[in-house]
Write a protein that binds this ligand. Sequence first.
Ligand SMILES: Nc1ncnc2c1ncn2[C@@H]1O[C@H](COP(=O)(O)OP(=O)(O)OP(=O)(O)O)[C@@H](O)[C@H]1O
Ligand SMILES: O=C(O)[C@H](O)[C@@H](O)[C@H](O)[C@H](O)CO
Length: 179
Amino acid sequence: MARAFVIMGVSGSGKTSVAKMLSESLNCSFLEADEFHSQSNKEKMNRGIPLCDEDRIPWLEALRDAIGRKLVSEETAVLACSALQKRYREILRSADPDYVVGDYDCCKIKFICLVAPVEKLAERLNMRSEKGEHFMPASLLKSQMELLQIFDYERIPQIDSTMNLQSILDRVLNLIDCK
Ligand SMILES: Nc1ncnc2c1ncn2[C@@H]1O[C@H](COP(=O)(O)OP(=O)(O)OP(=O)(O)O)[C@@H](O)[C@H]1O
Ligand SMILES: O=C(O)[C@H](O)[C@@H](O)[C@H](O)[C@H](O)CO
């Protein structure tokens, strides 16, 4: 059965790195949420201004549609996406046409959250910005951490993202039972 695995978490938690490796392991498509942001969203973040729901909702809807297209064609996909709030994840979950709100076990959209201490995340983001590799500044970490909200009943596994990437991947593969 095709599923969509969403590697989620705040900026710098390693979503892109882990999701790419996972898609290679599963030999499936990789979707990068950053590539779905409008230019104005990226410029806003680059100026150190957190996005608001008005900025995020069309972006999440575009991601939902992209996941939906994969599922319709019976393709498994891996998505790297912050998905910080439950209401954002609900938009992504609705890519599964059979999703009944609250029935997380049956939903074909599965979330795995990467977590790390803020100091570690800031270190990574500062290093990345110095190299000019990304639009996201470390100054947005506080707002990202404040927004991250996971409810126990969603049963979203959390993985310590300070481990090396291979160990994180092994953990993810064990969790999704696809090894
Ligand atoms: N487990 C890890 N060990 C060492 N470095 C890591 C690890 N995970 C990520 N990094 C490094 O941290 C930086 C951020 O990683 P990555 O882009 O994958 O995170 P992200 O969550 O996708 O960030 P963003 O949401 O800002 O795009 C990169 O330079 C990456 O190489
Ligand atoms: O929801 C958000 O605030 C944004 O999507 C950010 O999380 C960025 O996209 C990403 O983390 C930076 O690459």
